[in-house]
Design a protein around this ligand. Sequence first.
Ligand SMILES: [Zn+2]
Length: 191
Amino acid sequence: MSTTLTRDHRINTAIDGVKLHTTLPLYFWLYPKPSYTLAADVHIEGGGNARVKSDVPFSEATEADVAAMLAKVRLIPCKVCGTKTFDPATVETNRDGKCEKCFLAELDASLKAHQAKQAERDAKKDRQMRKKGFTHKVVAWVHPAAGDDYQIVAYFGLEPTEAEIKGLIKGKRGAQLGQYAVTKLPSESEK
Ligand SMILES: [Zn+2]
């Protein structure tokens, strides 16, 4: 038996008045493998995506199997705001019972907190270096011969010359200096 499902199979359903749009993942057709079992991607109108899975081999799956799989999806009120969202017990999701909006808001908040902590650490280091007599800081991007770009930080006792800044990548074979910024460290009296 072979599947009757097609890649443009679309299912529109609703739970408690919340509209759900379901599609089948394209990998079934792009990278076909005999070991695949049926799965679908469910999208909540207004935000939120999750994958549902079944044990039915994809090669034998029918529309009825898709419908049976979708019938197991449940919605719960978002932990934070109460908006209907996926019950994590019924779908594959990392949203942990939070709606898309609240999940992203928390992600953004934790990113901002992380950045603030990093800025605090940088400022502390700058103050320490200023006390040691350094007056300028260079933050530069390095494009290495292989691998990802990375940042280097260097402190100078005088405003660095271009040659000195270029010298920061001396010894890093094949590396190129990318964008850099020179800042003057504030002295104690300037703060
Ligand atoms: Zn929410």
